[in-house]
Write a protein that binds this ligand. Sequence first.
Ligand code: GLC
Ligand code: MG
Length: 538
Amino acid sequence: MKLEWWQRAVIYQIYPRSFQDSDGDGIGDLRGITSRLPYLVELGIDAIWLSPIFSSPMNDFGYDISDYTAIDPIFGSLSDLDQLLAAAHDLGLKVILDLVPNHTSDQHAWFKQSRSSRVNQKRDWYIWRDPSADGGVPNNWQSEFGGPAWEFDQLTGQYYYHAFLPSQPDLNWRNVHVREAIYDVMRYWLRRGVDGFRIDVIWHLIKDDQFRDNPPNPDFGPGRPPHEAVIPLYTTDRPEIHDVISEMRRVVDPFPGRLLIGEIYLPIERLVAYYGHDLSGVHLPFNFALLNTPWDAEHIARLIDTYEAAIPPGGWPNWVLGNHDRPRVATRVGEDQAPLAATLLLTLRGTPTIYYGEELGMQQVPIGAEDIQDPFERNVPGLGVGRDGCRTPMQWDASRNAGFTSGEPWLPVSLSFRDTNVESAQRDPGALLQLYRALIRLRRSTSALVFGNYRPISIAKDILVYAREYAGERVVVALNFGSEAILATLWPYASAGGRILLSSRLDRRGEMIDQHVSLRGHEALVIELGLETASSRS
Ligand code: GLC
Ligand code: MG
């Protein structure tokens, strides 16, 4: 079985502002990342994805780009990126950049031209509409960061559309020149040697050409962010999106071995459409389902089954536990369950993505009012939507600012950094970091964990058991979602016993088991069964 590199890979997301500062300005940068590559090699990951590093006024911390082919000086220079690419490639690591094609910054030259007059050549590069008959907004479309998605521009007397901040105007993807301009950006980075893109809010690119009102959301209520008052029927996931994405694929395909990942928050049945007709879509539509599914055996089992069944033939799965927009997994599932979550992520079928610091068990950091940076939190306060708490500096050691910066960090360092940091985890044989390393090593040396199919074995109250099978090799994963010790049965799937390859507690390795295995509270086990024989198949 031949797989592409990204099918075997473990991807690691770096939020560049928070990984490693090299120049004392309190903000992480490219040289900082380069200096930490050996750590990532030791961890065993295969590819890094960098959140945006391009010129930006930083209203949305780089997701508001003013020049797609320039590096923001906060992060360094083009030659710093070239050095990062070369160093990473020397170490066998791939580098994936963030592509943000849905919107630019209002400081981008394209938007400055577009807003300058109704007859400007680039007017149609953005989405301009006349006021409605009563002089107000053109329709009821809502910004994800609060308020109407339309901003009135005095100079030309029209509104422009912004799915996010007013300073992030949406590009008009129905305009062929816009598409060509972004494809040129893609080619520019691909020629420079980047190994692929994670494409920001890709399901947003095309909006309804009739600008119909979004329907009200019957489930909307107090405590929900205001944009959820309407269902984004006419603003996202439009049918025409798939033609655009296959066009993007045709830009990338001439460059061998490059990867497209799509950021898509949709239910599974809609999500899998982004593999595209005949797999002409993105290679990996990000699967965020674990971020929202209740953390228990039954819900997770059902989710895996649903996802596995929905993936089109030839489509490759992927799994995510956290990112720079969502609360940290160790806080969400609890410290006790974090090792189980790691085991799940790294033994499911498909490409896993790790969010920096997850491997240390980094927690969501409470952010005081005076430290808030996230524009979403600023616009929509009090609902707990803030994303700063999952973006705090990487915890490298027990020294000042956790070794992240010699200056003042742009977000507070977690108070837990003296206990939770890379240096101490490297010395602690029981640390979560050691489990991540062991799991990644095990993936590499166990074909069934990479190539194997997924077979559900059993679910009981707190126990989920599944197998991965490849060419007669059988690996069983047993997960205890509860805090009590529990007995899992592998019978009749395992007619003979097996051997423990790994416990989430990093002991019990080599222990022989029969068809029943006891799990301690919160424990996850990876078990190797004897080679499959005809009689062992039930
Ligand atoms: C994506 C990014 C998020 C950003 C938004 C607007 O969801 O992950 O951080 O705020 O797009 O660009
Ligand atoms: Mg810096």
